[in-house]
Write a protein that binds this ligand. Structure first.
Ligand code: ATP
Ligand code: MG
Length: 140
């Protein structure tokens, strides 16, 4: 399998509950390596750009307000098949539908406040990583 990189965000509901380490433990146990990580306060402009694909959705305003409501931890994860693997480790968007042991099943509060983001494809992973990290901040 190919070594890939994916982009992850530990969202405000998780940082507010002091769950950064708990989420990272699940990530690392799954065999993904955290090759870049920083805690930031997202600006409204950054959040709107990041979730631009959802601009027309009814929850867009709520989503942007949530993403800037507290600090987030942005990360680059590396490993075999990292993009699909991290989607599995995160679990379904709605935590009530997420599989046992997934980050969202264990920690998420609701479909909106669902603790983590992970890229959905190689193209989006590259774009999302470049939005938050320069090349020399990623050390594999
Ligand atoms: P993410 O892109 O954050 O990894 P995802 O790919 O599982 O999550 P998307 O459909 O891309 O889900 O939705 C992006 C985010 O928008 C969700 O993670 C969630 O925070 C929010 N969201 C999605 N659907 C709803 C909804 N029905 N109500 C409120 N918020 C929602
Ligand atoms: Mg998504």
């Amino acid at each position: 399998m190919a070594i890939e990189r994916t982009f992850s965000i530990i969202k405000p509901d998780a940082t507010a509950r002091n769950l950064t380490g708990a989420v990272n433990a699940i990530i690392e146990k799954a065999g993904l390596r955290i090759v870049a990580q920083k805690r930031i306060q997202m600006t409204r402009a950054q959040a709107e750009t990041f979730y631009a694909v959802h601009k027309a959705r009814p929850f867009f305003g709520e989503l942007v307000d949530f993403m800037i409501s507290a600090p987030v931890v942005v990360q680059v994860l590396e490993g075999d098949n990292a993009i699909a693997k991290y989607r599995d480790v995160m679990g379904a968007t709605d935590p009530s539908k997420a599989a046992d042991g997934t980050i969202r099943k264990v920690h998420a509060k609701s479909i909106g406040e669902n603790s983590v983001h992970g890229s959905d494809a190689a193209e989006t992973a590259a774009i999302e990583i470049a939005q938050f990290f320069s090349g020399n901040e990623i050390v594999g």
